[in-house]
Design a protein around this ligand. Structure first.
Ligand code: PLP
Length: 386
């Protein structure tokens, strides 16, 4: 069997994706982006959604629109994809990295609170809803109120997630989503969005997403409008295209059923793998809705005669694609060099990064493929148990 780590579901006939507006020649930001934003804002229960061309752009724009500047500090987890921290780096902000909470992939809020007590000028905290499991937003929002920082939720994994404070995306600060190729929905390989209930912030993000222009091309050309525009501040080129939005609109139609299939797959993994003592399986909390972007198993190294990397190789050999999420930010050479961080500074994140394996988790995954993956992991366990 050959099971890729990820396989998106895309329509057999791609022609069906594209409406007349595309065929008549309007390819970039226009009516399809507007429709995508409208549907997404309904789904997220957020007043405003600005669609952009990546999750990284969404994070960057939210920070830029708040006017944060070089020297301002932000707190983020080290256990995330580098983009979470990169977004602050673009603006010259100083990152303060925080380890994972015990038995969790998410940021340690006790440590965040300790930092807030002693550090002045923390402008923002960027919690990551890792793998689609929401951070304790009730607690973080209380801290935000007390210490007065901006909460930018990195919701790249968390489109469907509901936290203890409600739907992820429904916020008076901001949440950033990714529609990269292997996310729960994709806008044709790359894409992202920011959601917020703050109208001033939304307007600013929209403006900065297209060079700081007073009006976008569609706004100017539909109905023979004016050619004139002004650039009143420095912006970026982060707008989503209508072509990408068409892709996203088709994917949105399946969101509910794909989510249910993800939940089903997770149950099958849990049932199939629960008796393997050498593994820690992801937590489940019935009070929350997990987006299940990733299914990550952790190895207990003391129970195995081989290491994580060898297990990955052996799974690959029998046709099973896997991945590792992630190498923590502080362990990348750019960040280690710049800030002097050592691997050991963040023991939880380091341990996770050395012991985790992400298994295939996507709605196109078939039951017999899941059975095969479980069978192969069990076989390895029986062979290499200490
Ligand atoms: C946690 C996290 N944040 C941000 C991003 C950036 O998203 P994008 O690849 O759409 O720029 C990713 C992408 O994988 C991610 O996993």
């Amino acid at each position: 069997m050959k099971i890729p780590f990820h396989k998106p579901i895309i329509p057999k006939n791609l022609d069906n994706l594209f409406p007349d507006s595309i065929r008549s020649g309007w390819l970039t930001t226009g009516p399809m982006v507007k429709e995508f934003e409208t549907q997404l804002s309904d789904y997220l229960q957020a007043e405003y959604v600005i669609a952009v061309n990546s999750g990284t752009a969404a994070l960057h724009l939210a920070l830029a629109a708040k006017g944060f500047q070089a020297g301002d500090k932000f707190i983020a987890p080290t256990y995330t994809f580098a983009a979470t921290v990169e977004a602050g780096e673009y603006l010259g902000l100083d990152p303060i990295l925080v380890d994972c909470a015990t038995n969790s992939f998410n940021i340690d809020l006790d440590e965040v609170e300790r930092i807030l007590k002693k550090e002045k000028n923390v402008a923002a905290v960027i919690p990551v809803h890792f793998a689609g499991i929401a951070v304790d937003m009730v607690r973080l929002n209380i801290l935000a109120e007390k210490y007065g920082f901006f909460v930018l939720e990195d919701a790249a994994h968390a489109l469907e997630a509901v936290s203890n404070a409600g739907k992820v995306g429904n916020t008076f600060d901001a949440a950033a989503f990714s529609f990269y190729a292997n996310k729960n929905i994709t806008t044709g390989g790359e894409g992202g969005a920011v959601s917020t209930n703050d109208s001033i912030l939304a307007q600013k993000i929209r403006k900065l997403s297209l060079h700081g222009m007073s009006m976008d091309g569609w706004g100017r050309y539909k109905g023979g409008g004016s050619w004139a525009y002004d650039i009143s501040e420095l912006g970026y080129k982060y707008n989503m295209t209508d072509v990408a939005a068409c892709f996203g609109l088709e994917q949105l139609q399946h969101l509910q059923s794909w989510h249910m299939r993800r939940v089903e797959i997770v149950q099958l993994y849990h049932i199939g793998l629960k008796n393997i003592q050498g593994l820690v399986l992801p937590d489940q909390d019935d009070q929350l809705t997990y987006a299940w972007q990733l299914f990550i198993i952790q190895l207990k190294p003391a129970e195995w005669r081989i290491g994580r990397d060898d297990i990955i190789k052996k799974l690959n050999k029998v046709g099973i694609g896997t991945s590792v999420h992630y190498i923590p930010v502080h362990m990348h050479s750019y960040y280690a060099r710049k800030y002097g961080w050592q691997a050991l500074n963040y023991p939880m994140a380091q341990r996770l990064s050395e012991t985790v394996i992400s298994l295939p988790l996507y709605p196109a995954l078939k039951d017999d493929e899941i059975t095969y993956i479980i069978y192969q992991i069990k076989r390895l366990w029986e062979q290499y148990i200490i």
